[in-house]
Structures are given as structure tokens and as C-alpha cells.
Write a protein that binds this ligand. Structure first.
Ligand code: ZN
Length: 130
């Protein structure tokens, strides 16, 4: 799998972020097992909870009928800065994503030009499940 390409697509999606409060822009590219992809960016809101790029990508995919997921590439940095350091998903997203992925699902991050992957067990060990 060309993880670098997915990182580049996530960087493009990041430019759509609406983040006037934090000025932190996140982009994500979710890859389904059937090869289709969905992008996401963070969308902030003054009055109610903001939505992270990862959950935007998942909600787009699930609302289009997708159920099986392979990986998600995530990048983030302050507006106007290149995403250089890895951008790990927040706790809310880790719990949310754990509902929909298997143990082979990969979180793809870039840290100083090095690709790093994590599984859901790496990021959310001993997850809460009903
Ligand atoms: Zn999040």
C-alpha cells in the first residue's frame, strides 16, 4: 500500500479545515477495503462540539454504505505551517473509530518524513465495548 500517497491526499483535505478558534488544521484520508476513499477535515464550531477530521471521514463513508475499512491517514498542524510531526487522533476519535475497525486496520501518520503506523490496539488498549 502506498501510504505516502494517502498522506498527500490527507494534506490536501487539511486545507479545507474550518478552524477559526484553534487555527489547527487536520486532514484525513480514510481507505475502505473495497479501495474507495473518503477525505475529512476538522470543522470547529463556537456553540457546540467541533468535529474532528477522522470522524468526518468515517461519517461520510458510513453514510455512503461503507462498512469495511483498511486505513486512515491523518495529518495536522497550525494553519500556514507544514504538517511535519505526527498528529495522533484524540481520545474521542479513538473510541469512535474502534466501533468500526478490525485489528488489522492501520492509522497512518507521518513524523519528519517517516511513515509510522499504529493499530487500534496500539492507540486504544483495553477499549470499552458493550
Ligand atoms: Zn478527534
Amino acid at each position: 500500500m502506498d501510504y505516502k500517497n494517502d498522506i498527500e491526499e490527507a494534506k490536501k483535505a487539511r486545507l479545507n479545515a474550518y478552524s477559526p478558534y484553534s487555527n489547527f488544521q487536520v486532514g484525513a484520508l480514510l481507505r475502505c477495503k473495497d479501495g474507495t476513499t473518503f477525505t475529512g477535515c476538522n470543522i470547529e464550531n463556537d456553540g457546540i462540539e467541533s468535529i474532528c477530521a477522522e470522524r468526518v471521514a468515517f461519517t461520510k463513508a458510513i453514510s455512503e454504505g461503507k462498512k469495511e475499512f483498511e486505513s486512515i491517514a491523518i495529518v495536522g498542524s497550525k494553519k500556514g505551517e507544514d504538517p511535519i510531526e505526527k498528529c495522533l487522533p484524540c481520545g474521542y476519535c479513538r473510541q469512535f473509530i474502534s466501533e468500526f475497525v478490525d485489528k488489522e486496520f492501520k492509522f497512518i501518520l507521518e513524523d519528519n518524513n517517516e511513515i509510522i503506523t499504529y493499530t487500534i490496539d496500539d492507540l486504544l488498549p483495553n477499549a470499552f465495548n458493550l
